[in-house]
Write a protein that binds this ligand. Structure first.
Ligand SMILES: [Zn+2]
Length: 302
C-alpha cells in the first residue's frame, strides 16, 4: 500500500505552526510526493522551512517507521547492505575531515542519529573519543553488536550523554526527519562544552527544485535550505563557524550570538523564492520525462 501511487499514506496528521520559527502562515508547495501519493507540502511564509501541511504525530511517525521505512526507502530488511556501508564510510571520512580541522586531537564527539555507526567508527579510528545513539533498532544493533561501537538504541529525548560535555555533536541527515527540530538543537547545545561545536548536515532543498515534488516524501517531515539551517542554529543560540555547501548543506555551529534572526529569515525567503506550487508540480514532470528519455534538463534550477 505504501508504494502504490495515488493512495494516501495512512496518517491524519495535524496542522501546526512552523516548527522552526512558529509562524502560522504557509504557502502551498505541492499536493504530491515523489511516489505520486497525495502528501500536501507547504513552505513557511516567514522562514521558508518546507514541511507537511499536516504534520504526523509522534505515534504516527513511529508506526510509519516500524511498518515501512527501511523497505520503503532503502530496500533493506535484514540490516545494512555492504553497498550502504561502503557509501556511508566514504561520507563519514569526508565529514570527519571537515570537522577535525576545528577540533583538538582526542576531542570527544556524540553522533546524533548515528545509523549503522560509520561516523563513530571513523572518529574512533583517528583517535577521537566518540559515541552515538540511533532510534532504528536494526541499525543500532548492527552498530553496537556487530561493529562493537558505543551506540545506544534510543531517540534524542531519551539519550543520556557521557558525563563530561562533548567537544562536538554531529548529526547527518537526521534533522529533516524530526517534528521538533528546535528542541533537538537546544538539547545538542546542552551536551556541548562552552566552546564545543555542532555539525548538522541535511539535504539541501534549495538545490532540489529541479526534481519538483520528486524531492518530497513522507519520511522528510521538514526541509531546509542553507539559511533555514542557519536559523535552526540561531534558535538554539548558536552561530555559524563554517558552511559546507554542496548538494547537501552542512553547517558547523558554535554556541554564541547568531546573526540577526530577521536577516536570516529574509535570506531564507529569498533562497526559496522560486518554490511555488505551479513550478514544483511542473518541474516534476519535466524531470521525470527527462529521466525517461535520458535527457536531463540543461538549466535544472531555472
Ligand atoms: Zn517558519
Amino acid at each position: 500500500m505504501l508504494k502504490i501511487p495515488l493512495i494516501p499514506y495512512p496518517f491524519a496528521g495535524e496542522a501546526r505552526p512552523c516548527p522552526l520559527c512558529g509562524a502560522d502562515e504557509a504557502i502551498s508547495l505541492s499536493r504530491w510526493d515523489r511516489r505520486l501519493k497525495p502528501l500536501p507540502q507547504v513552505k513557511c511564509a516567514r522562514c521558508s522551512l518546507i514541511r507537511h501541511a499536516a504534520m504526523p504525530t509522534e505515534a504516527e511517525l513511529t508506526e510509519y517507521y516500524r511498518a515501512s521505512y527501511r523497505s520503503d526507502y532503502q530496500n533493506m530488511r535484514d540490516g545494512p547492505s555492504a553497498r550502504h556501508i561502503a557509501k556511508r564510510r566514504i561520507e563519514a571520512a569526508r565529514r570527519l575531515e571537515a570537522l577535525a580541522r576545528h577540533l583538538p586531537s582526542h576531542a570527544s564527539m556524540i553522533d546524533f542519529g548515528c545509523g549503522s555507526g560509520e561516523f563513530v567508527e571513523a572518529a574512533m579510528s583517528q583517535g577521537f573519543s566518540a559515541a552515538g545513539f540511533e532510534p532504528g533498532a536494526d541499525y543500532a544493533t548492527y552498530a553496537s553488536q556487530t561493529r562493537g561501537l558505543p551506540v545506544e538504541n534510543c531517540g534524542w529525548q531519551d539519550y543520556a550523554p557521557p558525563p563530561n560535555r562533548a567537544d562536538a555533536v554531529t548529526s547527518f541527515h537526521v534533522f529533516e526527519h524530526l517534528t521538533d527540530p528546535v528542541s533537538a538543537m537546544r538539547r545538542i547545545g546542552s551536551w556541548l562544552k562552552p566552546d564545543g561545536l555542532a555539525y548538522i548536515e541535511v539535504p539541501n532543498m534549495a538545490k532540489a527544485l529541479y526534481k519538483g515534488f520528486g524531492c518530497l516524501h513522507m519520511a522528510h517531515t521538514i526541509g531546509f535550505g542553507r539559511y533555514s539551517l542557519e536559523l535552526l542554529g540561531a534558535m538554539a543560540d548558536m552561530a555559524v563557524v563554517e558552511v559546507i555547501d554542496g548538494f547537501d548543506i552542512g553547517i558547523i555551529f558554535k554556541p554564541g550570538t547568531p546573526r540577526d534572526i530577521d536577516e536570516i529569515m529574509a535570506d531564507a525567503r529569498q533562497e526559496l523564492e522560486e518554490w511555488t506550487q505551479p513550478k514544483v508540480h511542473r518541474q516534476y514532470f519535466t524531470y521525470t520525462l527527462g529521466k525517461l528519455t535520458g535527457h536531463r534538463p540543461a538549466a535544472l534550477n531555472k
